[in-house]
Design a protein around this ligand. Sequence first.
Ligand code: ZN
Length: 251
Amino acid sequence: MGGVTRIAVLSDIHSNLEALEAVAAALGDAGTDGAYVCGDLVGYGADPEAVVARLQDLPLLSVVAGNHDLAVVGRFPVGWFNAAAAAAVRWTAERLPTEGREYLLGLEPLERARDGLLVHGSVVAPAEEYLPPGHDAAAARSFDRRGFERCFFGHTHVPTVFERTPEGVVRSRLVVGDERVELDSGRRYMLNAGSVGQPRDGDPRAAFLVYDTEERVAEWHRVAYAVEVAQERIRAAGLPAILADRLALGY
Ligand code: ZN
């Protein structure tokens, strides 16, 4: 594990097995040798059990829980969610067998990993707060909260870079498509990997991030997957139709 230099960062898989399989296949080409997961393994999609099991095949280094993962095991209020998301939480809770449930119960929404801080939403409110591009004042409060150089997060399903200069200025931007960002050693970063299983930036392809610890580079990747198969699985499961429809739109 000490030799790990290219870390895949996956977030918001949301029980989408087709998307996870496509990303897992792409990790080989991307040359990754470790993986972080920023939460929301389950919720929305039709394959919670298979997704939790498939993740265990990856060289996992650190995994945090998202609000959906916590809600499924009774550690986050279902009333927080909109109707479709709440329906998916209840559906998932009924279908996750003992092993998957036990695994999710062991996860927290914030963890200090070897190469950065992992949270689901933000450092201030790891399970709840959304930090979309442009929310620089809110991100500044996360940068203020703990001593970290790099933080990897998810929750918005939008690939994003927040950076804080040595003078304390926080800036952000949306990451579009496959982008490579060289990290400045004098700056601190919060990096959103985007979503594997339910992208919300208008690009329906699965997103993931690779952090190269030697080059100090963050690379975003997008990979096409069988969206229509994931949609059919959701419809056949009797989950709300919107959860299938939105996958084709990337929103
Ligand atoms: Zn999510």
